[in-house]
Design a protein around this ligand. Structure first.
Ligand SMILES: Nc1nc2c(ncn2[C@@H]2O[C@H](COP(=O)(O)OP(=O)(O)OP(=O)(O)O)[C@@H](O)[C@H]2O)c(=O)[nH]1
Ligand SMILES: [Mg+2]
Length: 325
């Protein structure tokens, strides 16, 4: 299929075309890369804008259950929902593909929803590019909401936050000492904290945990992109489908405010800038792994190890060699 036809089909909301296109952007093959770039360029002018929601949380906190319940609630409101996963561990575990689809049985069958399994890739730079391009494809395909899930392990949260309009942190009810476990950097990224499993015996603990996090959020520096009262902490039960409508209301309130105040577009522009810089950095790093440059790196690295030169001097020498090509 040629790129023009593929683009047309995506714009028409053809799911198979969308899947094909995502496979294309996931490919590392040079000719695929060129086709993917052409396709994305063609779709860039679609003028469609989804609400991109990033969702992070540790294993077992209830991300899949939440996406299933929350996603179904959105489809019942007539919204089209796409689900993507950024999963740096998938290469190790052999992919969370089956796990995810079986944990989202209703959503996986819903005609208004699209779930894209996570590919197995190890290289985080590759994951980032593939993920943001997949988001762009879903957006062009006319989805109203694109949910991007990641399991909370280090850098993948940054990737997800940098491709999302809203970033949600899903937490479990826990004792006070676990509050310390959430890294400050992650708290600072969150637009909303959802304490899940606020049901049955866990409800009182969830309420207390939520209050603790609300307190912690208030201590953070006020961000220009937040109206009064945000970032917010709330309790939900993905299992009992409780608090999901309220959470969605808060999300739309926040997104609407950001749109009205210009923060929404500003954030996307800043993200585009961020990814441009990241791509340049990744490409420069990749240069170091190529032929003669790689050999020079190895040579200087050995010299440093042998004490023949210092790391600083060797680095200067390396950069000089790069500049002269
Ligand atoms: N009580 C209760 N249990 C829940 C809730 N949400 C999820 N669970 C349970 O928690 C367990 C893990 O849920 P998942 O949705 O698979 O969690 P996850 O975050 O997707 O986990 P990973 O995919 O392994 O990272 C399952 O046994 C769920 O039934 C909830 O709201 N309340
Ligand atoms: Mg899951």
């Amino acid at each position: 299929m040629d790129i023009d036809t593929l683009a047309e089909k995506i714009l028409a909301g053809d799911r198979r075309a969308l899947s094909r296109a995502i496979t294309l952007v996931e490919s590392a093959r040079e000719d695929h890369r060129a086709q993917a770039a052409q396709l994305l360029q063609r779709l860039a002018g679609s003028g469609r804008q989804a609400l991109r929601i990033g969702l992070s949380g540790t294993p077992g906190v209830g991300k899949s259950t939440f996406i299933e319940s929350f996603g179904m609630m959105l489809t019942r409101q007539g919204l089209r929902v796409a689900v993507l996963a950024v999963d740096p561990s998938s290469a190790r575990t052999g992919g969370s593909i089956l796990g995810d689809k079986t944990r989202m049985p209703e959503l996986a069958r819903a005609p208004q929803a699209y779930i894209r399994p996570s590919p197995s890739q190890t290289h985080l730079g590759g994951i980032a590019r593939r993920s943001r391009e997949a988001v762009a494809l879903c957006e062009a395909a006319g989805f109203d909401v694109v949910l991007v899930e990641t399991v909370g392990v280090g850098q993948s949260e940054t990737v997800v936050a940098e491709i999302s309009d809203l970033f949600l942190l899903l937490l479990a009810p826990a004792g006070g000492d676990e509050l310390q476990g959430v890294k400050r950097g992650i708290m600072e990224m969150a637009d909303m904290i959802l304490v899940n499993k606020a049901d049955g015996d866990l409800k009182p603990t969830a309420t207390r945990t939520c209050a603790d996090y609300a307190g912690a959020l208030r201590l953070l520096r006020k961000r220009p992109q937040d109206p009064e009262g945000f970032p917010k902490a709330m309790t939900v039960s993905a299992l009992e489908k409780d608090g999901l409508e309220k959470a969605w209301e808060e999300m739309t309130t926040l997104a609407d405010w950001r749109r009205a105040e210009g923060h929404f577009d500003r954030a996307r522009a800043a993200q585009a800038r961020f990814w441009f810089r990241e791509d340049v950095k990744q490409a420069l790093l990749a240069e170091l792994e190529r032929g003669p440059v790689k050999a020079k790196m190895a040579e200087l690295s050995d010299a440093v190890a042998a004490g023949e030169t210092t790391p600083t001097l060797a680095a200067e020498q390396m950069l000089a060699a790069l500049r002269t090509g």
